[in-house]
Design a protein around this ligand. Structure first.
Ligand code: ADP
Ligand code: MG
Length: 390
């Protein structure tokens, strides 16, 4: 992780070096870790993510024509598009996340054409494709920067929907609204319990540090494929299951409905449905348990969530399963894969004094299994997106 002020300076520096003038606005937005609630968001269910200290940064200024230009410190690429050409069909690659936000603002009703062009520089220390939502961090940093530059005064809930629309419509990734909500509404020390049916959110104290706990992230560095991969397939299974059971979404089913579901559905679709139904229950149980007994008591819920993703939803990979096993063997209170699946990261709730031991055991277990060495680090529940001082 890079020091936050260094990233802000890097975004401003890239801006000046690329565009030859100074940025007018600087904004940052965090990645997120989902504590529990996987593949529930697009089923109108519950999720409990928290914003992390790793952030995307966006330096931005208006320009007096109708051209949007963007650069990223990832590879110093510069992308360009005319405001009149803003259309998903003309967007591709990393800049679709950036220009997609402008497109989604226009779809929302913002008079983009009258605002002129924009120069945009972005940087980030959220690892890409690790399940920590570098994509939402990027969209939200850009959205907050534009909201400030154009003085739009859009609420955080509106910006979350705009960013989700950018990801769905412009990038073409059929994701729910969890990532953007966590990035925009997160608060230091807290999780965001989000009801994806009405987007109502509640800030939930996590108290990890007070209870001697670290959240370890084990980035397996196995890359996932959201757009074309199993994500869309799982989503289709959920839609099929809901339709066959006569509900508008799987949110409308409870554990009591599972017997009926089993009778009505083929085995695979049933297991997909069972994951979503039980995962919703686990999210609510985690929120209750955090409030009543504190974070040390949520370990079994994290483990049950992982087992459900491994066995019922079938989105885990051997590296993630091994990470969970090793963490628990070495004294973690709970662990689970997090994010969309098919790779990415696992999280483990680790007593602080055991962090180094778990890390060492993880590295040697991965080595012994012939897996690529994972990236291991801790994350701290942090503040959501904000304007930063230049
Ligand atoms: P995740 O959100 O889990 O990290 P995604 O596949 O959803 O993974 O998003 C990763 C993509 O987001 C990258 O391939 C890239 O196109 C884009 N992206 C994220 N951060 C940046 C950045 N700093 N600069 C350019 N593109 C970025
Ligand atoms: Mg993403």
């Amino acid at each position: 992780m890079t020091a936050p002020e260094a990233l802000g300076a890097a975004a401003s520096h890239a801006f000046a070096a690329t565009f030859g003038h100074s940025p007018a606005v600087l904004a940052s937005a965090p990645g997120r870790v989902n504590l529990i609630g996987e593949h529930t968001d697009y089923n109108d269910g519950f999720v409990l993510p928290f914003a992390i200290e790793r952030r995307a940064w966006c330096a931005l200024a208006s320009r007096g024509n109708s051209i949007l230009r963007a650069t990223t410190t990832l590879d110093d690429a510069v992308a360009e598009i005319g405001v009149d050409d803003l259309d998903p069909a003309n967007l591709a690659g990393w800049s679709a996340y950036v220009f997609g936000v402008v497109w989604a603002l226009r779809e929302h009703g913002v008079d983009v054409a009258s605002r002129g062009g924009l120069d945009i520089a972005v940087t980030s220390d959220v690892p890409l494709g690790a399940g920590l939502s570098s994509s939402a961090a990027l969209e939200c940093a850009v959205a907050v920067a534009i909201d400030e530059a154009w003085d739009l005064g859009l609420g955080r809930d509106v910006l979350a929907r705009v960013c989700q629309r950018a990801e769905n419509g412009a990038v073409g990734a059929p994701t729910g609204i969890m990532d953007q909500t966590a990035s925009l509404l997160g608060q230091a020390g807290h999780g965001v319990l989000l009801d994806c049916r009405d987007n109502h959110s509640e800030i939930v104290p996590l108290r990890f540090a007070e209870n001697g706990l670290d959240v370890m992230v084990i980035d397996t560095r196995v890359t996932h494929e959201h757009v074309t991969g199993g994500y869309a397939e799982r989503r289709a299974s959920c839609d099929r299951g809901a339709a066959a059971l006569g509900v508008s979404s799987l949110r409308d089913l409870g554990v009591a409905d599972l017997r009926r579901a089993q009778a009505a559905l083929d085995d695979e679709t049933f297991r997909r449905v069972r994951h979503v139904v039980t995962e919703n229950e686990r999210v609510l149980a985690a929120a209750r348990t955090l409030a009543s007994d504190g974070p040390r008591a949520i370990g079994p819920l994290l483990l049950a969530s992982h087992a459900s993703m491994r066995d019922d939803f079938e989105i885990s990979v051997p590296e993630l399963d091994r990470a969970v096993e090793v963490a628990v063997e070495c004294g973690a209170l709970g662990a689970r894969m997090t994010g969309g699946g098919f790779g990415g990261s696992a999280i483990a709730l680790v007593p602080t004094e055991r962090f180094d031991l778990v890390e060492a055991a993880m590295l040697s277990a991965f080595d012994a299994s012939g897996f690529r060495a994972p990236h291991i680090f801790s994350v701290v529940p942090s503040d959501g997106a904000r304007r930063e001082t230049l």
